[in-house]
Ligand binder design. Structure first.
Ligand SMILES: O=P(O)(O)OC[C@H]1O[C@H](OP(=O)(O)OP(=O)(O)O)[C@H](O)[C@@H]1O
Ligand code: HPA
Length: 182
């Protein structure tokens, strides 16, 4: 547990890069694209925990067509790890063989996480795998692929809020913030 005063000052000094209203607008657009592509495909929506929790909930509220929901937990070991070095602590329980899958996560940063999860589903029998992230961080350290659905491009800073954590905190915020000076 962290010092509450330090956490409150991180938050009060942070720059708010995306407001709740901007998030909602971006989510509406993503959801419409997903509806256009997948409404007749009975997809299995896969939440990538923990960061994908809020984005998945927000998209599901907007996707009013037949779909199934499951989740995975796969995290990167460290900042210098390569794509295959994901630490899986939860695999999906739904039979996704020959099914359309939609991966949902908070951020596409370097992209190793989403790329490796897509590869895992493809190798294990999914018919096709789509991906959606609310945030795409802009820099040149990325894998080659891009998610099919992206909410917003954001500058290369350390972000928190709306799924993303600062030392385990602030995933719950209804906006996206950057730590002062980082
Ligand atoms: O595009 P990348 O450079 O791979 O980074 C993005 C991933 O990093 C974060 O997850 P993390 O592994 O920190 O786990 P968490 O969701 O539990 O925070 C985030 O939720 C993405 O899944
Ligand atoms: O900027 C970030 N913030 C929090 N978690 C993250 N995981 C990848 N990039 C980030």
């Amino acid at each position: 547990m962290h010092n509450i005063n330090e956490l409150n000052s991180i938050l009060s000094e942070a720059d708010c890069l995306v407001s709740e209203a901007q998030l909602n607008e971006a989510l509406d657009k993503m959801a419409q694209q997903i509806i256009d592509d997948l409404a007749d495909k009975q997809p299995i929506v896969i939440c990538v925990m923990n960061g994908g929790l809020l984005p998945t909930g927000a998209l599901l509220q907007r996707l009013q067509f037949p779909l199934e929901l499951d989740y995975v937990h796969a995290s990167r070991y460290g900042m210098n790890t390569s794509g295959s070095d994901l630490n899986w602590t939860r695999y999906p329980q739904t039979d996704f063989k020959d099914r359309v899958v939609l991966i949902v996560d908070d951020i596409f940063d370097q992209g190793h996480t989403v790329e490796a999860i897509i590869k895992w589903f493809e190798e294990n029998g999914a018919r096709s795998v789509y991906s959606a992230t609310v945030i795409n961080k802009l820099h040149d350290r990325k894998v080659e692929m891009r998610p099919d659905y992206i909410g917003l491009d954001i500058e290369d800073r350390f972000l928190f809020g709306y799924g993303m954590d600062y030392q385990g905190y602030f995933r719950n915020l209804q906006g996206i913030y950057a730590v002062k000076g980082k």
